[in-house]
Design a protein around this ligand. Structure first.
Ligand SMILES: Nc1ncnc2c1ncn2[C@@H]1O[C@H](COP(=O)(O)OP(=O)(O)OP(=O)(O)O)[C@@H](O)[C@H]1O
Length: 237
């Protein structure tokens, strides 16, 4: 297995239920995303996007197949990792449509919380948080209450949080859906910069027409099967 691969899945299938009512939500899906790469995952309602994201995020168990993360096999017809919560906390970043910041922690602690939970000393966790806040241009709000931030600032903090444990993969679920064109493209610029700076593989589930031209590579999903296509790779500079 190529150690440089960020996330790699082979023949991944997911069946919900059994017998007459069984639903094959994923049918032998293959996908590879390299460190530093941002790919789009696009498909109509019911095509299997959420199921795939949940399998990639170790939130639900696939039925069969193989999955590697940072070169390590994490699933091979069964989980190969004893503690899935630790896997999710330390090695997978999640970005959602809304920022979901913790309102009783300041901006720095929202980002430092994950490294602290992973056992990093407080000073180191805060220093890492500050470095990310700087990279995302929100360090001037480091001591602010989350409610004092604009929507765009909150979202950048949520991106910093997703990267705080330096995960090899970040899963972003419709991160630009509520944003206007300019802000949506700004988020894509940030995701591309972060992917490249931290060598993270980023998968963006979206149906947002505004950002689809920015992907260099797209996985389409239809009825549980994926196929790959070159994207336009619109420059975000
Ligand atoms: N817990 C479940 N039990 C049974 N079937 C399910 C379950 N979750 C999803 N499905 C079925 O699996 C298929 C894929 O669903 P999934 O939620 O992954 O699609 P999606 O592409 O995310 O759709 P949407 O864009 O509408 O959220 C659908 O046929 C759905 O009805």
């Amino acid at each position: 297995m190529d150690k440089a691969i960020g996330i790699h899945i082979e023949g991944l299938s997911k069946r919900y239920g059994a017998g007459d009512t069984a639903v094959d939500a994923l049918k032998e899906v293959n996908m590879s995303v390299a460190p530093g790469e941002v790919v789009g995952l696009i498909g109509p309602s019911g095509s299997g996007k959420t199921t795939l994201l949940k399998c990639l995020g170790a939130v639900i168990e696939p039925t069969k197949g193989r999955m590697t993360l940072g070169g390590e096999v994490i699933y091979d017809n069964a989980w190969k990792i004893a503690d899935l919560r630790v896997l999710r906390r330390d090695r997978i970043g999640f970005i959602f449509q809304a920022p979901y910041l913790i309102p009783f922690l300041d901006v720095t602690d929202n980002v430092a919380l994950l490294p602290m939970l992973a056992g990093r000393p407080n000073g180191e966790a805060r220093a890492r948080a500050l470095e990310l806040l700087q990279a995302l241009d929100v360090a001037h709000r480091a001591k602010a209450e989350t409610a004092e931030l604009s929507g765009g600032e909150q979202q950048r903090v949520s991106i910093a949080r997703a990267l705080a444990n330096r995960p090899p993969v970040v899963l972003a679920d419709e991160p630009t859906a509520p944003l206007d064109s300019e802000r949506a493209l700004a988020v894509m610029r940030i995701l591309n910069q972060m992917a490249s700076q931290y060598q993270t593989a980023i998968i963006v589930v979206t149906h947002d027409e505004k950002i689809i031209p920015t992907f260099k590579r797209i996985y389409h999903i239809r009825d549980g099967r994926t196929f790959e296509e070159a994207g336009e790779g619109l420059s975000l500079e």
